[in-house]
Each structure stands twice: as C-alpha cells, then as structure tokens.
Design a protein around this ligand. Structure first.
Ligand code: GRF
Length: 202
C-alpha cells in the first residue's frame, strides 16, 4: 500500500475524513504523515489523536523557501511518501517539491474551478450570487488552483442559504469526494494527459 502525506495548516476536517476513509478501507493507502506549517493548527491535535505522525515545519525557521521545502522533502523521503494531499495547506508549493512530486500532489478547492480561485472560494461564490457552486479535486502545478481536474461535484445555492449553511454543504461534499479521488490515485486509476485527467475503468 502506498504511503500518503496530508499537508494542512488549520482545522483539518478533510484530514479527519481521509483518516476515517482509510480506517474503513475506502482508501487503500497508509496515512503515514501530516505536514503542518502552523503549530497552533487544530489538525495537529486531530493527527495526534488518530496516531498519525506530524512533521511541524515552520517557514520562519528557514531563510529561504528552498530550504523550507528541502526540510519537508527530507520528512517525505524518510517516510517513503508517494502522494501528497493538500488539505487546507495555506502555502503555494515551490519548485523543489513540485519537481520531486510531479503529478503526485492533489489539492481540494471549495468551488468549481476555474471559478473563484483563491483562499475564499466559498464566500466569493456566495457573494457573487451563483446558483450553483461546488468542489474541485485537482492535480497541483506551479499556479494557484490551476492543475488538471480529477473530480468535481456541484452544490446548489438555495434561497434560504447563508454563508454558514453553504459552507457546511460544501465541506460535506469535500469529505465525500476527496477520499474518492485519493483512492483512484492509490489504485493507479488516474492518467494525466495535458490538462485532462483520464479515469481508468472507474
Ligand atoms: C477546505 O475548504 C478546502 O477546500 C480548502 O481549505 C479548507 C480546509 O478545511 N482548500 P479543513 O482544514 O480540511 O477543515
């Protein structure tokens, strides 16, 4: 089974959903590491409770992004990580990690890309007044919220929705489709062809 690492900076509800899916064998992979850049993040507590090793790597402790990423790569190699899963990791990855893990980094974005990129995808869609938004899981490249799309799911915005109720609906869908996408990767069912991702016998 392949070892995966979840990168997170905050709450970690996606981490929890992934850990639960692995426990139920809905993802055939081992959750070998959490990489976190924020010691105060709740995900650290969740990981400790779930018995998952945490590598705390703070950007401030390094004089360059390259050194910061090399330290992370050291942790990844030590733990034989084959797939990086970004789940609320609030930093753009640089060349060091992107090169070492080309087409082996996934991200989840809480909107239907390419709409509403950036760190406030749910609020931006809500404020815009769209009737349909959703969730995107994609491969990561050097640009923000940009790489080839793996899975998307739509969420409709109802008359009585508030930002909070929409957030809750979006997160629920995230916790369903992220494990699904990770399992497709773990089973070798994702083939990247330019911007397109082919799902082999889904
Ligand atoms: C999620 O909404 C995800 O789509 C976005 O960051 C949020 C992370 O939430 N990239 P959590 O830390 O997994 O609860």
């Amino acid at each position: 089974m392949m070892n995966i690492a979840v990168f997170a900076s905050g709450n970690g509800s996606n981490f929890a959903a992934i850990a639960a899916a692995i426990k139920k064998k809905k993802i055939r992979a081992k959750l070998a590491l959490v990489v976190c850049d924020n010691p105060a993040a709740y995900v650290v507590k969740r990981a400790q409770k779930a018995g998952v090793k945490v590598a705390l790597v703070k950007r401030q402790d390094f004089s360059s992004k390259k050194d910061f990423e090399e330290k992370i790569i050291e942790h990844l190699e030590k733990n034989n990580i084959r797939l990086i899963v970004l789940a609320g990791f609030m930093r753009m990855l640089g060349q060091a990690i992107l090169k070492s893990y080309k087409n082996r980094i996934l991200n989840i974005h809480p909107a239907l890309l390419p709409s509403f990129k950036g760190s406030a995808g749910i609020k931006d869609a809500f404020d815009y007044g769209v009737k349909v938004t959703g969730v995107t899981v994609h491969f990561v490249d050097a640009l923000m919220d940009n790489g080839p799309v793996i899975l998307q799911a739509a969420v409709s915005v109802q008359e009585n929705d508030t930002l909070a109720s929409l957030e809750a609906k979006i997160h629920k869908v995230e916790h369903r489709i992220y494990p699904e996408a990770i399992n497709l990767f773990a089973q070798g069912k994702l083939k990247v062809k330019g911007r397109k991702v082919e799902i082999l016998n889904p």
